[in-house]
Write a protein of this length. Structure first.
Length: 504
């Protein structure tokens, strides 16, 4: 997605031979039971925890034992050792685990390579030739509004398998940011969806479950190739891939939805600092996120929705959220600030993400470059998708109502909302009243006496206006003035999914 990359109107599709090889691979993965649940059961909780910390020795010991046992789990163990741990496996065992694709087919597909070093050792030891993975291949499980889903995802080998830092053209698999965005994705039907900066294709794949047509773009030819393989591997249709920078591959087009997990990391643009295509936008500071947000307005249909992830700078002389609001133009927006990191913490996170280890000269050099860059810029650095869809629908409905029409409605409190009251010992009245949302974004709001009474009475039986009048009488205040004070808060609670409109 860098602006200085090549721009074309499309990218070559994978050929029929490749599609046939991918289908064979799918059959073998299915036969071996290569699933998230099966792997968790295979190596156990301790090994799984070690893998999350980047340590593969416990898992390797389990897999070696399973392969040596030649039981029903041996093929699963061979696949896991090859594609998840990135370790060589004797060629006969790989062939047994991939009977339909076979090793020659896996080599042709670019999935495996015959390990020259291991084969040379085999001539001396008599252990036989080995193969090693050229790609990471692992199962992926999820739940959305359509139910459980199970896929396999190809990406480039990670740092643990490589044994060294990532390459700048690395294609990332499914990470934390990917799962955050897919979990936020609206699960309601759409005609067209744009996945801007698709990477391995995971967002386009999720979007295909709800959309008639998906266009996925990226500046990386390698990323688009792997994304096409992933779509074919999982039998997904309706996804079109285009090569190019930002919105240039879709110039003049509009979409019902735009989703984007762009390369949003704020990286120093100085010599000697690696620029990873999957995470660094090639612009100064947070310019890539600004460009995506400003461009979204020109490519959304009327009533369309864009959902984006990003990092932005929090500068000494301005509020970070105000900075982002300035990029939204005329679009209505909902910006969620998940966390704020200090510049040093941010630098450590992303230097380590690229595979550079603390305590090395390279780490210290990059650390200096990041901190220098922040000083120059003045910076200091299945679930939610359905909730968002419901909130946006409620917002659109209530926005069409004037105060009188809203006050005539019978509202109900959402089932996940609870009220908390805190008292000083011996006091009759509470010192604090809080409304807490159990799902969604887990909002916690302070209540005054009037709003607490209104929310408590919203059981779908009485119109808001009648509740307000009763509260005004109880508090001995003017009903019109109380209504004018409470209705904006009611609208905000409807927007947040804490108060529910009657069904249409």
């Amino acid at each position: 997605m860098r602006l200085n990359g090549p721009v074309t109107s499309g990218t070559a599709p994978i050929d029929e031979r490749t599609i046939d090889l991918v289908r064979r691979l799918r059959d073998d993965l299915r036969s071996a039971g290569f699933t998230v649940e099966a792997l968790d059961d295979l190596w156990g909780a301790d090994a799984a925890s070690a893998l999350h910390r980047g340590e593969r020795v416990p898992a390797r010991r389990v897999l070696d034992a399973r392969r040596a046992g030649h039981d029903h789990a041996a093929d699963l163990a061979s696949l896991a050792e090859l594609f998840v741990l990135g370790l060589p496996v004797p060629e006969p065992e790989a062939a047994h685990a991939l009977p339909t694709l076979d090793v020659d087919g896996a080599v042709e597909l670019g999935l495996l390579a015959r390990d020259a070093a291991a084969s040379a050792r085999a001539e001396t030891t008599g252990d036989g030739a080995s193969v090693r993975a050229l790609l990471d291949l692992r199962p992926y499980a999820f739940v959305d509004a359509l139910g459980d889903g199970h896929w396999w995802i190809l990406s480039d080998l990670g740092e643990v398998a490589l044994g060294h830092e990532l390459g700048e053209q690395h294609v990332l698999g499914v990470g934390g940011a990917s799962m955050t965005l897919s979990g936020l994705m609206l699960p309601t039907p759409a005609r067209t969806v744009l996945d801007l900066g698709t990477g391995c294709g995971i967002q386009a794949m999720h979007a295909s479950r709800f959309a008639d047509r998906v266009v996925a773009t990226d500046i990386s030819e390698r990323a688009l190739h792997l994304a096409q393989l992933n779509v074919a591997l999982n039998g997904i249709e309706g996804v079109e891939f285009r090569l190019g920078s930002l919105f240039e591959p879709v110039a003049g087009e509009r979409f019902d939805r735009i989703v984007s997990n762009p390369p949003f990391v704020i990286t120093p643009r100085v010599p000697g600092v690696p620029e990873y295509e999957y995470r660094d936008g090639g612009m100064v500071g947070d310019g890539i996120v600004e460009a995506v947000m400003r461009g979204a307005a020109e490519h959304l249909e009327h009533g369309g929705i864009a959902q984006l992830l990003g990092n932005w700078e929090v500068r000494d002389d301005e509020d970070g959220l105000d900075r982002v609001r300035g990029w939204t133009g005329h679009l209505e927006h909902w910006i969620v600030e998940r966390e704020v990191q200090r510049a040093a913490e941010y630098a450590e996170t992303w230097i380590r993400d690229g595979g550079t280890r603390p305590g090395t000269a390279s780490f210290d050099r990059l650390y200096d470059a990041w901190l220098d860059d922040f000083e120059r810029s003045g910076g200091d650095a299945g679930g939610l998708g359905a909730h968002l869809a419901a909130c946006l629908d409620a917002h659109d409905r209530q926005a069409r109502l004037d105060d009188g029409a809203l006050a005539a409605l019978r509202l109900t409190v959402a089932g996940d909302v609870t009220e908390e009251r805190h008292h000083w010992p011996g006091d009759e009245h509470p010192t604090a009243m809080l409304l807490r949302q159990g799902g969604g974004f887990g909002r916690v709001l302070s209540l005054d006496t009037g709003l607490a009474a209104l929310v408590g009475a919203c059981d779908g039986e009485l119109p808001v206006s009648v509740i307000v009048a009763a509260i005004a009488d109880l508090l001995e205040v003017d009903a019109d003035a109380l209504g004018a004070d409470l209705l904006p808060a009611v609208r905000a609670l409807v927007d947040d999914g804490m108060l529910l409109l009657p069904t249409e």
